[in-house]
Write a protein that binds this ligand. Sequence first.
Ligand code: PDD
Length: 263
Amino acid sequence: MYVNLNGKLVEEKRAAIPITDHGFLYGDAIYETMRTVEGKLWMFDEHIKRLKASAKIVGMKVPYSKKEIREMIEQLLVKNKLKEARVRITLSRGSNKLDFGPAKNPTFLIQPAKIKLPPKELYENGISVITYEIERAIPQIKSASMLPTIMAYQHALKKKAHEALLVDHRGRVTEGSMSNVFFVRKGKVITPKKNILEGTVRNLVIKMAKAKQTTIKKRDLQKLDECFITSTIKGILPVTKINGKNVGNGEVGPITKILMKKL
Ligand code: PDD
């Protein structure tokens, strides 16, 4: 597999970054994950917009234009003979003399991979999730400092669940470790409002379902009728168990099914 490192095509095995890179040392990096659908980049503009917004918040500059980035990705898809791909872009601040001050030579990496979608049965039967108390720092950005979400996801795997729903220090459900979360309550679609990444698929679903952004407490989860998570890779994936207990009647809910068809 070829990647694009700082504007150059390199074989993945040979791609190297300095050990002083802030992304490696401090998680001082941002990223985006996008995908292709039938060989075409899906929601490319939205991902670049979010990459630029994340860069602005953390004081970095995306070193290539939107057009250049699109060309680099398309070149990689051809070079690697990939049709259905996930594509990760990582931007790290660069290197300096082991301190937190300004850094030089940002690292810009585009990594494509064959897409691995969740198996069909999970869309038919739903997944189980667990809740995990942890918060992401600056949740509105796609930060590469992922310790909290990695801890949450590994905890989910230990409990034989497919995803972890993050819960903040005030008992509010925020999002998944790598997804956003939605619920259905009395026929209405709701989703957490605060301390989340505004996911590209979340934004689509909010429009499609006229979803209300609101506060959802962990203690109220048993009262909800349906649940699903969203992300670029998963699309809409139904959740039928939370912390070992059925959501509604334990089957994929009717509103979730309608939204899955519409997406
Ligand atoms: N993750 N919240 C978090 C913490 C995420 O990491 C993601 C996506 C989302 C959903 O965003 P979107 O709909 O734009 O994919 C929400 C990606 C897939 C990843 O980590 O690779």
